[in-house]
Design a binder for this molecule. Sequence first.
Ligand code: HEC
Ligand code: HEC
Length: 367
Amino acid sequence: MTTHQTIRRLSRIAALVGLALAAGVTAAADGKAALQALPEAKPGNADMIELGKHLFFDTRLSGDQGVSCASCHNPEKGFADGQALSAGYPSTEYFRNAPTLINSRFKNVFMWDGRLDGNDMGTLVRDMLTEAHTMNMDSRLMQERLTQVPEYVALWQKFRKDDINGMRVYGVVGEYVKTLVSQNAPIDRFLKGDGSALSSQQKDGYEVFNGKGGCVACHNGPLASDGERHRTGVPENPEVLKNPNRTITMLRHYSTSGMPNYMNARTDVGFYAISKDKADIGKFATPSLRELKSTAPYMHNGMFDSLDKVVDFYDQGGGQGSELKPLGLTSSEKSALVAFLEAMSGDSLNVAAPKLPDYQPRQFGKN
Ligand code: HEC
Ligand code: HEC
């Protein structure tokens, strides 16, 4: 190799290393996984966001005009719903917990089982709107309803010159969802160099998180999630089998996913329903640990109603079949860890629902 080639190769390697650092991969300088501050979020189109916010709260986007996004992702409850298991669309009931929407824009794996990737918020919104167990909406009917609300047509025409289009509505709602980002969380101030942002107990908790607790192995990066699926052995929520409506939604999810022999499943199999690889039975996507203060109860089925219970669960090495090992934490290590988890919550993002305009069907000849 000539000196020239060597120099070129070295500089290419240096450029790659630089790229990896700039991309903010989840490794700290010493190569280990670490938490990171939230990246800056580019502001979206203000007119689209304004319409998207109205639609987020509007029950006319659901088949029976009974629920909106905010029914299950309620701003007063950290954009979750405060219940262990989601109510689901009226007359159905869901078999998992409704997750918070805060920081969705930074996620790359969505849903508790990680079945959707996050390249396109519009696709996620479409699923929520059209699925029978969430909003059960037909997009052509939705388009016609929205077209008969003159204020919505006017808002639409601020950013597009054509008529309201059902398919494009998904992206408009998504644009609003993308504005929901944690604000001013102590952990971000701390990671950006303000040593006083965490109390000394929280700093002890951070040490447990990174050290004896081993949390950072899976909970790393800006969201405290590795975007992978793991088996922690959270116990089944008995409500799913006690309530036939919930059992039916679960089995329907399995059959739609093409899961073999699904009729015999009586547990939440997690990612297995999607991958059909037995090694994935009971695996769930690592959730973000941001905004936990307002999003209890926790886990895919809401089995723990407090962070103390979550930490006790991890201290025991998780549940049946878990990948985890018992931790042997002292009671002061446990409370420090809980205090640290709370430092990953920012200011409240509670917003009031905007006043929603009424239907005013157009006059004959005015379409
Ligand atoms: C009837 C309750 C309900 C309604 C209404 C609802 N959702 Fe959801 N949403 C859920 C549940 C439950 C999940 C998790 C499903 C799962 O993991 O199996 C979810 C998941 C999501 C996710 C993925 C979050 C993540 O971190 O994985 C997004 C984004 C989302 N919903 C947005 C919306 C939007 C936008 C609307 C309105 C168009 C909406 N949802 C309406 C219950 C609801
Ligand atoms: C092997 C990977 C792994 C490790 C290690 C791990 N977690 Fe988790 N964590 C997960 C997964 C996966 C879930 C979701 C499990 C489910 O819903 O069934 C989760 C869920 C949680 C939740 C619930 C979040 C929510 O919104 O419902 C909290 C809180 C949590 N973990 C904290 C911790 C703490 C504290 C530690 C260290 C003591 C830790 N985790 C270690 C993978 C891990």
